[in-house]
Design a protein around this ligand. Sequence first.
Ligand code: NAD
Length: 473
Amino acid sequence: MRREEVYIGGEWVQAHGEGEIEVINPNTEEIIGSVPVGNSEDIDIAVSAARTAFESWSISPIEDRIKILNDLSAALKELTEELAQTITAEVGTPIGYSRMAMVGTPRVVSRSYAKMLEGFEWEHEIRNSLIVKEPIGVCAFITPWNFPLHQIIGKVAPAIAAGCTMVLKPSKEAPLNAFLLADILHDIGLPPGVFNLVSGHGSEVGEFLSSHPDVDMVSFTGSTSAGVRVSQAAAPTVKRVTLELGGKSANVILDDADVIRAAKSAIGACFQNSGQTCSALTRLIIPKSHKDEILEIISSRVNGYNPGNPLDETTRCGPMVSKKQQQSVLSYIQSGIEEGAQLIAGGEGMPEGCNSGFFVRPTAFSNVTPDMKIWREEIFGPVLVIATYENEDDALTLANDSIYGLSGGVWGSNERAIEFARKMRTGQVSINGGPFNISAPFGGYKQSGNGRELGMDGLEEFLEIKAIQRPVE
Ligand code: NAD
């Protein structure tokens, strides 16, 4: 899929940057497409188009926004296979998971914002004041590759609902789905300039977009280091910045848990999307009293978690998104071995039967201690690290021992697990495998970010609040 133009003001137009960005299939290592390199000139034009469109879109009838969001959801449903195949080709995600999570979730998220608008209260009164909620303005969206369409729709859908206009810069690794989304938004009749798409390099167009004086808000999802750069670039113009960043989330098994269920589920919770998930539960914290039992389950199941061709319907673990990501994950596995953690499954090198593609072996380490790099840093691959605790206080200290705070899990009797969850410094906690909820706020404590996406909180991020003080009679 060769895309030669960027989408600005409702039209496909020539980008001003030099060259193209090649998209590589991480399973076959072949070039499967390319997108243009946009530059600051394209961003200026796109922001200006978004500013012009804001005049009318910000006061558009709510029914028009509901229709767009429902039509978007219907189009995502109709094009599920094409989008899922594209994302599997770009990211390497197993195809079944692509259909369900990569396309299915954006479809329901779009619909959820249409539904939310039906009863949304734009105004309320406090004594003599009329409190009015208004769209914040022109938004800049910078997104990563790992759940590419989900992360885009998590911003685009509430922004459309709020009456904002936007410029999207998708990731270099997985930009093709964003181009398909632009086609969809065009076809369903989103007014020109409401959504604009400029592909390019993060350090160039991403930073320029973040610093742009006519952008009112930046919503960024990606690594913590790039999030810091975005915040710095945005600071001089005091725009709103929301950040969805990295994680190193803890999964705690209390000693009264159903340990067999908890141990089995711990693998999927860490390895979903081949471990390339910001909210993956990558640090497993287990009671000493059940250590042997849990490690036996983990090691046999991780060893059976065979990576392979993501187009094979039975594959559960695909390749890493890029050679760079593969090398990075392999270096963490090497570091775990060197630092003295006990390898209980997987390890260095390519998985058996994989001669090409950016694969790594699904891996688990036990006897991991808080001083080790594999405990502290986000690996972003199928690597589970396990630490053992003596008592519940130790378990909590271990769980909160991270610069991140995005997600988490607790297994145990319900009440005790919820009490434990209350003490965790993190944005989401799953109790006994409680599933992801697209209407619940998603976002981080600490260095996992600022702000929330999804649900009502995700909509509120795109609103300004005005108090109109009326004379008192
Ligand atoms: P990344 O930070 O390298 O890139 C993310 C986006 O930022 C890309 O579009 C990139 O081009 C752009 N970018 C890079 N440098 C920039 C800069 N200096 N200024 C502006 N933009 C810049 O991240 P990635 O490798 O694409 O994604 C993986 C990371 O994203 C992981 O750390 C993961 O935890 C995080 N993530 C977080 C969430 C969340 O919701 N919290 C979700 C998914 C991924």
